[in-house]
Design a binder for this molecule. Structure first.
Ligand code: MG
Length: 366
């Protein structure tokens, strides 16, 4: 099955500003692609550039996508590994841009097999994907008010962004826990914001709260300090920015540096590499989380298929489009039902974007 053309869109989604330790995002810097084939099958892919984490922007993803599309023109759409190897040979890194292409090929391949993507990936049954909902960095009182609003709406797991300032972080968790009570599970994410000493200080101060884990306490260049932090911390440690691919996962596992790993296609370059991360983690009894950047329900649907296909994907941070996206132009795809992400029954990924909306976006066809 031959790739005939690829449409690439600058898929910007206006947002309520969202702040983490390293900066604020005012719109989702996404790219949407459609890969067409000579057999009437079309695959969709989406990626969301998060420069503070991956170094990619919407502009770099758009530029890279044009090169990727040229590389793949007239090539076999069913040879996923060979196609992805071509992208890796052409350019290192740029994993976010690569992930859209990986996703579209998986969509085509699952459709070709007449299976929903999760079954194509080896899954058998749908499972309940209860997502957390994220509270961005703000003044502690405002974070607590936001947390309370979410809980009143039925949220049972909150993910709290920390990492800007140690005292602020401790105050925020105290206030939030005071407002929502101790039956609500908290996850905290420092997004690399703490030094080793700060991480020890905050995590020790949080020992009596109902905290499931802390994501990425320190800069990834401090990975050598993670094993010591894991020994010291009363809160379990999840690696996020420190694990882009399965080589990173192996390195941390061998050093006994984390309890859990957060998998995101924007870091792994898509499903193919994400499967490898999950395999090495599962072997080491390290449960994984399905996470994302600021994707719409297209990529979110692919995340849901992936999370459904593998038992070891145990935590779900799949509120990407609840984080203040002001528009939803997705047709089909997952729906939220009481904060559970529900997969459609369609084959392939089962989501696309409304044509009228696409016509308003900057586009190239290659
Ligand atoms: Mg994180």
């Amino acid at each position: 099955m031959t790739i005939t053309k690829t449409e690439i869109y600058k898929y910007s989604i206006p947002m309520v500003p969202f702040t983490i330790a390293t900066g604020t995002m005012h719109y989702a810097q996404n790219i949407f692609i459609r890969i067409y084939t000579d057999e009437d099958l079309t695959g969709v892919g989406e990626c969301s550039a998060f420069p503070m984490i991956t170094g990619e922007t919407q502009a770099t993803c758009f530029a890279m996508a044009k090169d990727f599309a040229l590389l793949w023109k007239d090539k076999d759409a069913l040879a996923i590994e060979v196609r992805m190897d071509e992208l890796h040979a052409f350019a290192v890194h740029n994993n976010t841009a690569k992930s859209a292409f990986d996703m579209a090929l998986h969509d085509i391949n699952a459709q070709h097999a007449a299976l929903p993507l999760y079954k194509f990936l080896g899954g058998t049954n749908k499972k309940q994907l209860l997502t957390d909902v994220t509270v961005g960095i703000n003044k502690p009182a405002q974070m607590a008010a936001a947390a309370k609003r979410f809980v009143e709406q039925g949220v049972s797991i909150l993910k709290i962004k920390l990492g800007k300032n140690v005292q602020h972080d401790i105050n925020a968790i105290n206030l939030i826990a005071g407002k929502v009570g101790d039956t609500i599970k908290l996850r905290v994410d420092a997004n690399q914001g703490w030094s080793y000493d700060e991480a020890v200080h905050v995590l020790t101060a949080l020992k009596d709260f109902n905290i499931e884990f802390c994501e990425q306490p320190m800069r990834s260049y401090n990975d050598h300090l993670l094993p010591m932090l894991k020994q010291t911390s009363p809160v379990k440690i999840m690696a996020d920015e420190s694990v882009f691919d399965h080589h990173d996962a192996v390195r941390l596992i061998e050093a006994d540096a984390c309890d859990y790993v957060n998998i995101k296609f924007a870091k792994s370059g898509g499903i193919l590499e994400a499967k490898k991360i999950n395999i090495v983690c599962e072997k080491a009894n390290i449960k994984c989380m399905m996470g994302g950047m600021l994707e719409s329900r297209v990529a979110l649907t692919a995340f849901a298929h992936f999370a459904t296909a593998f038992d070891n994907i145990y935590f779900y941070d799949m509120d990407t489009c609840m984080l203040g996206h002001k528009i939803d132009s997705v047709i089909g795809g997952v729906r939220y039902n009481n904060f559970c992400v529900e997969l459609p029954d369609a084959i392939g990924i089962g989501a696309d974007i409304d044509e009228t909306f696409l016509n308003t976006l900057e586009k190239v066809v290659i």
